[in-house]
Design a protein around this ligand. Sequence first.
Ligand code: AMP
Length: 242
Amino acid sequence: MNVIIFGPPGAGKGTQSDFIVKKFNLFKLSTGDLLRDEIKKKSSLGVEITSIVNSGSLVSDEIINGLIENFVSNDNYKNKIIFDGYPRNLPQAENLEKLLHKHKQNINLVIKLKVSLDTIKKRITGRIACSKCGNTYNIFFNPPKEASGCCQKQFLIKREDDNVDVASKRFETYEESTEPVIDFYNKMGLVRDVNGETDIDVIYSEISSYLNVIEGWHYKITSYKYVFYNLYPINYGPNSRN
Ligand code: AMP
């Protein structure tokens, strides 16, 4: 199954998708992480996008769509992707649909995490990440435990774009450009709203319940296809749509 997780910056998409990846054996495709990697490496793309990312604006669709195709076309990730931070506007959503169809896949579920701007501001100003393992924490809500592996003080860093002004700008950008994308998936009946203001565990169990349903269906369809393939190999062969 392929899943998209939506929510304003600081909604907890990263935390929740990390849990989901482990439980459902998915691969997380975070365009924000990919872009930050390029910035860290100081690649030519990284240099080009540094000021855009740090200001909270969106990087061009051309750059982002190029990054995405590498993953969608890779058989190792086929039907195992959770998209975090993509698509962020309608042209990106349309591009993703085209790419997925080209590679005989589709989106099975869209999770929308709902969180207010006030909560976002608190979460974002406290957010830190371990530069060694990538684990994320919040100094107010979820501080790293003493002596927890590599996550020591000297390795805990704040993202450049995690401050109140940039957070408000990113929230506005999210509302303006991502809401139409949610409508796009709503029309397909794929969106499930999840209250992102409750406990991490409560949010996770609600998301898991939606994923369990999809996984159950996916398993049934695959089994039926297997049976039909043996009965009618032409129509249900390996080239049929998943
Ligand atoms: P995120 O970690 O998803 O909050 O993304 C951090 C920043 O990376 C955003 O504020 C944008 O500048 C850029 N970015 C991430 N994903 C996209 C995307 N799908 N389209 C355009 N810009 C993006």
